[in-house]
Design a protein around this ligand. Sequence first.
Ligand code: ADP
Ligand code: MG
Length: 385
Amino acid sequence: MSRVAQEFLDLYGYPPEGVWAAPGRVNLIGEHTDYNDGFALPFALPHRTEVAVARRADATLGFHSADVPSGVVALDLAALDPAHPPRGRDGWAAYPAGVVWALVDAGFPVGGVDLHVRSDLPTGAGLSSSAALEVATALALAELHELPLTRPEVAALARRAENAYVGVPCGVMDQLASACATDGHALRLDTRSLEQRHIPFDCAVAGLRLLVVDTRVKHDLADGTYAERRATCHRAAHSLGLPALRDLPYEDLDRALAGLADPSTRGRVRHVVTENARVLRVEELLRAGRLRETGPPLTEGHASLRDDYEVSCPELDLAVATANSAGAYGSRMTGGGFGGSALTLIDADAEAEVTRAVTEAFARAGFTPPRVTRAVPSAGMSRVL
Ligand code: ADP
Ligand code: MG
């Protein structure tokens, strides 16, 4: 029996019906584009969240996580209300509860369940532990109740849980990456049409490696800054007479910027439009097998997030600058920003040097020691037991 299944048995006194897993993700390029109907290019990590689940005869929901010291959070399915999600110490249970709520709200006949979670993803590190938890839970419930949901539909349900129940107005990129990614590929997403392209992305054959630097600075997307960026983008699109910033062609950017009075709005618009162009550029380079050349657009993407979108932080900027000085082809923050992780593309034999340089730079700056791990494009959600 797997560890998470054994823990379920110890906790609830009976075995789970199965174990399901969903990964975290790193976004290679295409940040803050998904709520602008734009493009993104994430890949799934080998790090994943597992849920052991069994159906109950009654309408009680039991949620427990090995990663949070809250004990079992017991909720009444019939009383789930997006206006009153669990908060405080039990706040994490809003993620799986939100999935149950979203399924019920979509008309699916879901009953009570017991659920136990264990993850090797750091939470709040910009690697999307939230989507991993939602997607693993949604997949488990869909399979246990034999619901005919496709992978993108599981992702959409998971996103609805986070938007409408947890209260985080995230786009759909994280959930799509966790649900739909495939081993050895990046997932090129059109977040308007939901078209997916699986682009081969094998760093090892090119003698390259991707490292993730977790700055250990916790971001908090629910704190309003994310919602504010999102609202600014939607207002700007409206004032330009466009459905979304996705519809502003790169060639028309300067003309559009000249018509916007507010300098910070100009920066937000410039980021989104140039970032969409960078996704298409990086996709082209990956398809051509020119992996090293993806470095400069990654670093340009970081500068754009730092200067135009203003969602970076000193730790992320230091990780990027130091990795690049130590020989990386390119680096950028990944995820929503204000902390979390940076991604860096390096020669495989530069791993020790880049790790040392970043670790020493953090020590000199008086920052918390960063956690550096390898990122290998991996498969999306699956049943594991
Ligand atoms: P990220 O998705 O980048 O990791 P978020 O702030 O979006 O950061 O989501 C992190 C939150 O998701 C945690 O604070 C917790 O509430 C919940 N969460 C994620 N993984 C787990 C887990 N394994 N156990 C319990 N809660 C989790
Ligand atoms: Mg998240």
